[in-house]
Design a protein around this ligand. Structure first.
Ligand code: NAP
Length: 337
């Protein structure tokens, strides 16, 4: 089979090589991967950005993939040849709070990912693909989708009528917008691009702010809320946006810390959090149980992930990662395999 591999840290060390076809052991499933999609994490991983929390030698990168079952090992009961499946991000976080083993089991980190033609995974690391989705759409769901699901529902506790702000038009933020709309919430979407803001409106955003024109967007966001402040901000910006997020939420509101796209370190006035009883909480994707709950909601509501217009092939993985780095995409960047 063909697989994308980094021989060492660095995008220039990425190549497509021939590897022996894997075979499923007891409790395992052999998947023919049809599509993978990119997360910002995949770019960081290829560059060795996670240090000791990832492998850099001979790693198959990319966490999110979907395809079909081509063989099953002994004892597998939930999948049969021909089933369409999607892999959960954390292979060993089944339910409840994670432990160290669970949090080190992200695909394409310490263990191989999905940027290959054939992948063997344990039965309890796979779910059935919702029937209305293509393989590319299903491959959009594991990391960005489940992170947004956790941020909006399980940790963000969004209810109908709540007001929420999303930052930018990347994978996590677009899913957060879509899930918030499923819940009947009102969404303020931000982006650095007016053209992307229009696409966010088409996905249901109620209010739009261009954060490049208005870097101090907490004030207009509060004005939209009638001065009360928002119930929730899904924070992907990090250093340069966290203060705006904290200022934008209401007393007792929540900021879900998902990403650090604008930097990881920042001087911050803690009393803004303490004296206003803000809930500042880290989000780390989610468990297999949460993934199944999310997939049920996606299927029942016919939710379609937003995919970027450009398509890449496996031997164009480096170009696809550069496309992601440039921020030229909208929604999920797809590599067809
Ligand atoms: N904690 C977790 O479990 C988890 C899971 C997934 C991702 N993440 C993290 O979440 C972040 C987003 O991931 P992703 O895969 O959604 O990324 P992505 O698809 O690459 O999204 C990038 C988009 O974010 C927007 N953006 C960039 N800088 C911004 C800023 N300063 N303020 C507001 N928006 C900004 C831009 O949108 P516009 O072009 O519209 O301006 C950019 O196109 C990353 O830091 C990633 O590592 C964490």
């Amino acid at each position: 089979m063909r697989a994308a591999v980094i021989a060492n840290a660095g995008i220039r060390n990425l190549s497509v090589v021939d590897l022996p076809d894997p075979e499923p052991g007891p409790g395992e499933v052999l998947v023919r991967v049809r599509a993978v999609t990119l997360n910002y994490r995949d770019l960081l991983t290829v560059e060795g950005g996670y240090g000791s929390r990832q492998r850099t030698e001979n790693l198959i990168p990319v966490s999110d993939g979907a395809g079909e079952v081509v063989a099953t090992g002994g004892g597998v009961t939930r999948f049969a040849t021909g089933d369409r499946v999607v892999a959960n991000f954390f292979q060993r976080w089944q339910a409840g709070e994670p432990d160290e083993v669970g949090l080190h089991s992200g695909l394409g980190g310490l263990i191989d990912g999905m940027a290959c033609e054939l992948r063997v995974l344990p039965e309890n690391g796979l779910c059935h693909t919702p029937a209305h989705l293509t393989d590319a759409e299903a491959a959009a769901l594991p990391c960005a989708g489940l992170t947004a699901w956790s941020a909006v529902f399980d940790q963000g506790r969004i209810k109908p009528g709540d007001q929420l702000l999303t930052q930018g038009s990347g994978g996590v933020s677009v899913f957060a917008l879509q899930f918030a709309k499923l819940a009947g919430a009102e969404v303020i979407a931000t982006s650095s691009s007016d053209a992307k803001l229009q696409r966010l409106r088409e996905l249901g955003a109620n209010h739009l702010i261009n954060y490049a024109d208005t870097p101090e967007w907490a004030r207009p966001a509060r004005e939209i809320s009638g001065g009360r402040g928002l119930d929730l901000v899904v924070e992907v910006g990090g250093a340069r946006t966290l203060e705006q997020s904290v200022k934008a939420v209401r007393l007792g509101g929540a900021v879900m810390l998902v990403g650090v796209l604008s930097g990881a370190n920042h001087d911050f006035r803690l009393p803004l959090v303490v004296t206003r009883k803000i809930r500042l909480e880290g989000v780390t994707c989610g468990s297999y149980e949460q993934f199944q709950a999310m997939l049920r909601a996606v299927e029942h509501n016919g939710l379609k992930p937003a995919l970027d217009d450009r398509r890449f092939q496996l031997d164009e993985l480096a170009a696809a990662l550069e496309h992601l780095r440039a921020g030229a995409h909208f929604g999920k960047v797809v590599i067809e395999i």
